[in-house]
Design a protein around this ligand. Structure first.
Ligand SMILES: [Zn+2]
Length: 68
């Protein structure tokens, strides 16, 4: 079973698949930016697990800086 993952634009609410997002982002100078572009409005989304990881890393870094 091949399940197509769909995403919902946080900006305009448009639903799109990962492939649609890839083609919408083809004009991006960084071809492997891993961002999901809304084909409808062009809003860029970070895939959720990475966004959470990024936020966690940032928090860790802040704690480290505070201890210095
Ligand atoms: Zn959108």
């Amino acid at each position: 079973m091949s399940e197509v993952r769909t995403y919902k634009c946080q900006f305009c609410g448009f639903e799109f698949s990962e492939k649609e997002a890839e083609s919408a982002c083809s004009s991006c100078p960084i071809s492997s930016c891993e961002k999901l572009c809304c084909p409808n409005c062009g809003y860029e989304h970070l895939p959720e697990p990475k966004l959470i990881k990024l936020l966690r890393d940032r928090r860790k870094r802040k704690i480290k800086e505070a201890n210095l």
